[in-house]
Structures are given as structure tokens and as C-alpha cells.
Design a protein around this ligand. Structure first.
Ligand code: UD1
Ligand code: CA
Length: 452
């Protein structure tokens, strides 16, 4: 029994005070709407329809690859009116109504709701200590649901009810079509309330079943404070699931995953304030120090990344040691046992097995062999202001400190470059090459004296 899913996302999101449509604000690095979409896709829906409004073109553009029906609701006349716009796109069976700004719902909760419907309708409800603002669930003396009363239409007594409507519900399509046609907007807000269909179901004797949910899962986002609260809930969920997989997190409250961990080994240790983004693979015994930021990376076993290093789109071989304060930029690949030290920036370069670049260097567009030692302060001059060129350093070469390698240039196997050189032509294998002014000492030179 696969449902037709309708996601309501036409709200303006005024309280976000942002030019970005509300459902595009990121949570865990992904737009709110994407979280809802993914939860819905977990149900293999018969159809998926998104009702959009304000800023809708940006939403449609971003998710143009989704196979969904896009329906515009140009004026927000209420949740009932919004669902009505989607009706022409729905097939037979159940219709499940979701919201683009309620991002933490789990597929399994939705499945539970659908399973509870039987011949009738399923309502997802939640008990809140402070039910203010929500539609209240009215029940008779036997506990059967009678209707939903919106806060603005509720009496003082009704406002005391703590069981509220999450807005999420599942309804048989043929009933829904009929009931939506009967809605009116004679209420405090002058809106077509979707919630009015509950009283219609009761009137026709269609059973209304409720399913309970956790408050976090059904919490909506209206402002930046709520966004930040749900971000922490989401991050805590992810942290818990990593710890369940054996990862040591020094503080789960100071860990952010804005993407996906595709694979993770045993005995991985992550210190505080680490941010992982995009697609990440971590091998066994990887140790990540405090304040490290890693995006789109494949990191092999026994790698240690020390404090405050930044890695973006890189591959790191087994046993490498990186940082502290290292920056590895896109298309950098380190073979095994490479050491990259403090204040070293590497871009679009390959570094061979066991090579060391330990202090204050810029290595760009380079192919570095194995067993190479790059001395402190070495710079590859890869850019002439117009074009970029490659630097090749063959196996076993030793680059003295404070060397500039002006590309295109090649340093031969086992070559040694004297410290402080500016290398503009290829340096042959096995030889010492250097370029620097000869050191002289002026014998009878005297320091100037201050005039009296
Ligand atoms: C709605 C429910 C209320 C429930 C609450 C849970 C109704 C009438 N009330 O109230 O019982 O407790 O949600 O949060 O349904 N939307 C559209 N088009 C519209 C109107 C709304 O797409 O014309 C979307 C909004 O983007 C929003 C959602 O529907 O995501 C809820 O709309 P809103 O008007 O905020 O409903 P509430 O007043 O919160
Ligand atoms: Ca409203």
C-alpha cells in the first residue's frame, strides 16, 4: 500500500527574515525540504507532489532532478486549499500530508502512521507541555476523536488540551477529494483548514486513528532559533549513530556532520569541534584532532589529522600525519606515510609514499615522488599570472629550505637543492643544484655611529 505523498511548502517563512525560501535553509548541510523528501522516498510513494509558493522557482530549480509533481499555490488560502491544489496529481489509495518545514520526521514513524489507518484516517499527534499555537485534538468521553480545533478558534477549556495536531495525516484519496470540496473558510483566520476534514470523517463514521510522535520529530521551523534547535537535535542523532558504530566522540555536543559518512572503520577517534562535510570515508584508527574541518575526503587507516587542519576533496593514504594547521585543497592525493606539517598548503598535487613537507610551504600543481623531503618555506611558483604549470620532484629528492621552484620545472631523482635557491631550470638527478649569491664577509666594515 504505497501512499501518495503531498508536501506542503508554500508558506512565506516571513519570520526567518531571509531572502532564501524557508524550505531551502540548510539543516545538517541539506535543505529542509530535502530531509522531508528523503523521509517520504523511504516509503516508495506512488506519487510525490510538492505544493510551493513564495520563492518557488528557486526551489524547483534546485531540485529539478526530483521526479515529483510541482504544484503552485499562488495565494496561501490555508492548508486545506493547498492540498486541494495537489489533488489532480494523486492516484488511488492513501494520501499522506507532510510539511516542507518539518525536517526530522523518520520514515518509520510515517510507516507506523500509515499502518494505523485501517479503513479510515490516521492522525499523527503529540502531547506538549505548552500546546500554545497548535490545533487541539478533541475527543469524546470514550476517547474517540471528534475534531480538531485551531488555537485561534478554541475556547478557554479547549486550549487546556495538551494533545495537539502535528498536521501530518494520512487519508484515503476518495474521501479526501469529497471532504476538501466541502471546506469553507468561516473561521477566525478566514482560511480553508485541512483539519476540518476530521469532523467530516467523524460525521460519516469513517474511523479516525491517532499515532503518537516524539516532539522533536514533528517540530516545525519558523525562525532561526528553531532552526538552530533542530540542528542540534539532528546533530545529536548523527553523533549517537556514530557512537553506536564504535566511534569515540570526545563531545557529541560539539560535533557536526553536514553530509554523509559513506564508510567508517573501527576505533576512530574524533576530538571536539570537528566539522565533516560532503561525502566522507574514514578507515580504521583514524584520529581527528580538535577544530578540524574535512570535506569530501577518503582517508585510509591509521591517519592522524592534528588540530585545526582543513581538508577539502582529498585522498589520504594509510599512516599519514597531517597538521596541525595544514590545508589540503582539492585534488590533493597523499600516498602512504606522508607527513604534512604546520602551515603547509597543498593544491592539486600528488605526494608519494613517505615524503615529508613539514613546515610553511605552498605546493601547487605538483607531482612529488616517494621519500622526498621538502624543506621549510619551499614554494612552488605554479602561476605566471596567466597560466598554471606543474612541478615534478622525483623520488628521493631533497629540497633545501626556502626554495622557490619556478614551474614548469623538474627535480631529478635523489637530487639535492641547496637552501634558499630559486630554481628555474630542471635540476639533474643525484646532484646538488643551488642558485644563490655567494656569501661574503667585508673585513674592515664598520657600523655607522650616531652623530653627536
Ligand atoms: C497547522 C494545523 C494545526 C497544527 C499545526 C502544526 C491547519 C488548519 N492547522 O496550523 O492544527 O497544530 O499546523 O504545526 O492545518 N501551508 C501552505 N499553504 C497554505 C497554508 C499553509 O503550503 O495555504 C503550509 C505552510 O507552508 C506550513 C504548513 O502548511 O508549512 C502549516 O501552515 P500554517 O498556516 O503555519 O499552519 P498552522 O497555523 O501552524
Ligand atoms: Ca495559519
Amino acid at each position: 500500500m504505497n501512499p501518495n505523498v503531498v508536501i506542503l511548502a508554500a508558506g512565506q517563512g516571513t519570520r526567518m527574515r531571509s531572502d532564501l525560501p524557508k524550505v531551502l535553509h540548510p539543516l545538517g548541510g541539506r535543505p529542509l525540504l530535502q530531509h522531508v523528501y528523503e523521509a517520504a522516498m523511504g516509503l516508495s510513494p506512488l506519487s510525490l507532489t510538492i505544493v510551493y509558493g513564495h520563492g518557488g522557482d528557486r526551489v524547483r530549480c534546485l531540485f529539478a532532478h526530483w521526479e515529483v509533481n510541482w504544484v503552485e499555490q499562488s495565494r496561501q488560502l490555508g492548508t486545506g486549499h493547498a492540498v486541494q491544489q495537489a489533488m489532480p496529481h494523486l492516484g488511488e489509495g492513501m494520501v499522506l500530508i507532510l510539511y516542507g518545514d518539518v525536517p526530522l520526521l523518520r520514515t518509520q514513524t510515517l510507516q507506523r502512521l500509515l499502518d494505523s489507518c485501517g479503513e479510515g484516517l490516521g492522525l499523527l499527534t503529540v502531547e506538549l507541555d505548552d500546546p500554545g499555537g497548535y490545533g487541539r485534538i478533541l475527543r469524546d468521553s470514550q476517547g474517540k476523536v471528534l475534531k480538531i480545533v485551531e488555537e485561534k478558534d478554541a475556547t478557554g477549556e479547549e486550549k487546556k488540551i495538551r494533545e495537539v495536531n502535528t498536521g501530518i495525516l494520512a487519508v484515503p484519496a476518495q474521501h479526501l477529494a469529497r471532504w476538501l470540496n466541502r471546506l469553507d473558510n468561516r473561521n477566525a483566520q478566514g482560511e480553508y483548514y485541512l483539519t476540518d476534514i476530521i469532523a467530516m470523517a467523524v460525521e460519516e463514521g469513517v474511523p479516525v486513528n491517532t499515532t503518537g510522535a516524539e516532539a522533536d520529530e514533528v517540530a516545525g521551523i519558523n525562525d532561526k532559533r528553531q532552526l538552530s534547535e533542530l540542528e542540534r537535535v539532528y546533530q545529536r542523532r548523527q553523533a549517537d549513530s556514530l557512537m553506536a558504530r564504535g566511534v569515540t566522540l570526545h563531545d557529541p555536543a560539539r560535533f557536526d556532520l553536514r553530509g554523509e559518512i559513506e564508510s567508517i572503520g573501527r576505533d576512530v577517534e574524533i576530538d571536539v569541534n570537528v566539522i565533516l562535510e560532503g561525502n566522507i570515508r574514514l578507515g580504521d584508527r583514524v584520529k581527528i584532532g580538535p577544530g578540524v574541518v574535512i570535506k569530501d575526503a577518503d582517508i585510509a587507516d591509521d591517519v592522524e589529522i592534528l588540530a585545526h587542519s582543513v581538508l577539502d576533496n582529498v585522498r589520504v593514504g594509510a599512516g599519514c600525519r597531517i597538521g596541525p594547521f595544514a590545508r589540503l585543497r582539492p585534488q590533493t592525493e597523499l600516498d602512504e606515510q606522508v607527513h604534512i606539517g604546520n602551515f603547509v598548503e597543498i593544491k592539486k598535487s600528488l605526494v608519494g609514499k613517505g615524503s615529508k613537507i613539514n613546515h610553511l610551504s605552498y605546493i601547487g600543481d605538483s607531482d612529488i615522488g616517494s621519500g622526498v623531503n621538502v624543506g621549510a618555506g619551499t614554494i612552488t611558483c605554479n602561476y605566471d599570472g596567466v597560466n598554471k604549470f606543474r612541478t615534478v620532484i622525483e623520488d628521493g629528492a631533497f629540497i633545501g629550505s626556502d626554495t622557490q621552484l619556478v614551474a614548469p620545472v623538474k627535480i631529478g631523482r635523489d637530487a639535492t637543492i641547496g637552501a634558499g635557491s630559486t630554481i628555474t631550470r630542471d635540476a639533474p638527478s643525484g646532484k646538488l643544484t643551488l642558485s644563490r649569491g655567494r656569501q661574503v664577509t667585508i673585513e674592515h666594515w664598520q657600523r655607522p655611529q650616531k652623530k653627536t
